[in-house]
Design a protein around this ligand. Structure first.
Ligand SMILES: [Cu+2]
Length: 158
């Protein structure tokens, strides 16, 4: 009985509540999500992972969404305790056989969203890959974690 309980406890967190995956060619896009932002936030940060299970390299060159004026790929860094972000202009490399995260260190930045989005909302977008082409995905809006709230996108909020 104890073993069963332990097993269940171990299994619990391993089953993601909102796992969703999108496929184009050999690319598997997992769990696109956007962090719920404060009212009137001028930007929304988007995250996802891309697994390239094929034999050739690819590159995420753009993200398009009708819900924002523009979507940019950003790379974050912390220099002397100050968080900065820089636009990735040459796309995000997704080498063959690897999984690349738009996560820690980089993200999709949705500029000027058309309304306030809250946890539970969904935002449609299209990922554009150099070789695999275009794939429609859905970003699920989730509550902001305390962790990421600390490293806020303050430098965008002018
Ligand atoms: Cu950014």
């Amino acid at each position: 009985m104890k073993t069963l309980l332990t097993t269940l406890l171990l299994l619990g967190p391993a089953i993601p509540a909102a796992a969703h995956e999108f496929t184009v060619g050999d690319l598997y896009v997992d769990h696109p999500m956007i962090e719920e932002a404060p009212p009137n936030a001028p930007v929304l940060g988007g995250y996802l992972s891309i697994a390239n299970r094929g034999g050739s390299d690819d590159r995420l060159v753009a993200i398009e969404s009708a819900a924002a004026r523009k979507v940019e790929l950003h790379r974050s860094s912390v220099t002397d305790g100050i968080a900065r972000m820089q636009q990735i202009t040459d796309g995000l490399a997704v080498p063959a056989g690897t999984t690349v995260e738009l996560g820690d260190g980089n993200h999709a930045m949705f500029l000027d969203p058309d309304r306030r989005y809250v946890a539970g909302d969904e935002i449609g977008a299209t990922l554009v890959f150099e070789n695999a082409g275009r794939v429609d995905v859905v970003f699920e809006v989730e509550k902001r974690s305390a962790e990421s709230a600390a490293s806020s996108h303050g430098d965008h909020a002018r």
